[in-house]
Design a protein around this ligand. Sequence first.
Ligand code: PBG
Ligand code: ZN
Length: 326
Amino acid sequence: MEQMYRPRRLRRTPVIRELVAEHTFSGNGLIQPYFVTDGAGIREEIKGLPGIDRESVDKLVETVSHDLALGINKIMLFGVTDRKDVMASTAHDEANPVIVATKALKDKFGDSLFVGADVCLCAYTDTGHCGVTINGEIDNDASVDVLADMALALAQAGCDCVAPSDMMDGRVVGIRDALEGNGYVNTLIMAYTAKYASAYYGPFREAAKSAPGKGDRKGYQMDFRNRTEALRELTLDDEEGADIVMVKPALAYLDIIADFRQQSRLPVAAYNVSGEYTMVKLLAQAGLADEKTMVLENLTAIQRAGASIILTYHLRDILKNGWHNA
Ligand code: PBG
Ligand code: ZN
């Protein structure tokens, strides 16, 4: 058989494959998430997120110090507390564990550590919803005011980047106005721009004690049947003053990531969420698939689709095991 076209010629040896590789995995844009809780001396395992802990500020500072030595210099903080109420007042009070942690980390590590913080109300409302409930309804604009207060408090604590994950309308401009109006002109906003209502947040909600008591998040998070709607959210967040736009989750949403990369001039981030992480961990623990290969395959695919920034619980394992050099 005579053939002109033999694509396998380019796959014959590792060196040829290296020569023609279209994409090289990069660790530069990876961000490690952390869960910070009230109290002291606390470091507890999160059942649904093997290898990830919930920690009080003192323990978190130790962990981050250790992680920084490993090479993790970009982090994202999530608050966990039992102090919940109607107006999510803990979100912006001075004892909020994320605010306390931000101060402690920035005092200790300065600009050698990039500290981002999730801005949402679900960990602080008594309903577990991402906005405040007034007269039995989630009140969009009242929620934006509280989110702006939280973002401002974080900026005052030294936070480099606030990341609103609530999906209320107008939250990016609300936060931007609060920051600009108070002189915080350098605080980045990484908007969860296309955040879908997803079953893959399951382990996170256990970790953050933030599951809604009643109902679901479909009244504010996006419907996974929709693709064009994500572009509308992209336009809005860009016009409202976002610095970075995010797609979440990542793996079932590579089309959305590719759309964002094509349509936007902003850096594109993707959140490789808790359920995506735990799927990989459980397959690996069961001996059904190789963890390193799954991690590199998933994260390379997310980068190939167009995300240069990835929030991922896998980062510590990647650096510990040197997987990024493979
Ligand atoms: C808060 C928030 C959630 C996640 C990030 N910020 C949970 C949710 O929206 O229910 C999910 C992250 C993950 O699953 O890893 N709104
Ligand atoms: Zn939320």
